[in-house]
Design a protein around this ligand. Structure first.
Ligand code: 5GP
Ligand code: ZN
Length: 114
């Protein structure tokens, strides 16, 4: 079976600009940034959507969140802040079916989102 793009990025089979990595999480620049800071955070384990989470995966999603905060702190965003977005299923704007967060910052961000 053809593996998903983000699994390939996690295995370094597809190149990406990595900004953070640990045993469970990889963070890399989005190829099509919508803001000066646009980083994707993925679990190295393939989970297609939040609905596909198995028991124990909540820990992993917590690690994604912690990694996002670490990256944001390292980028000096503690005052200006950031937005963490997770699109779920097509109706939520999800195009890549490997669970991920978008860490977006560096310009004024409107609300509500489109
Ligand atoms: P989604 O719409 O699934 O929440 O977000 C998928 C994101 O993956 C998009 O922001 C898109 O720009 C990004 N993306 C798609 N293909 C690649 C790729 O090959 N490399 C990187 N770094 N980002 C990608
Ligand atoms: Zn995957």
């Amino acid at each position: 079976m053809e593996e998903c793009l983000f699994c390939k990025i996690a295995k370094k089979e597809v190149p990406s600009t990595i900004v953070y990595e640990d045993d469970d999480v990889l963070a890399f620049n989005d190829i099509n940034p919508v803001a000066p800071v646009h980083i994707l955070l993925i679990p190295k384990k393939h989970i297609s959507t939040f609905f596909a989470m198995e028991p124990g995966d909540g820990m992993l999603v917590g690690k994604l969140h912690e990694a996002a905060v670490k990256v944001a702190r390292n980028l000096g965003l503690t005052e200006k802040g950031f937005r963490l977005v997770a699109n779920c299923q097509r109706g939520g704007g999800q195009l890549i079916f490997h669970l991920h967060y978008h860490l977006i910052a560096g310009r004024p961000l409107g609300w509500p989102p489109g």
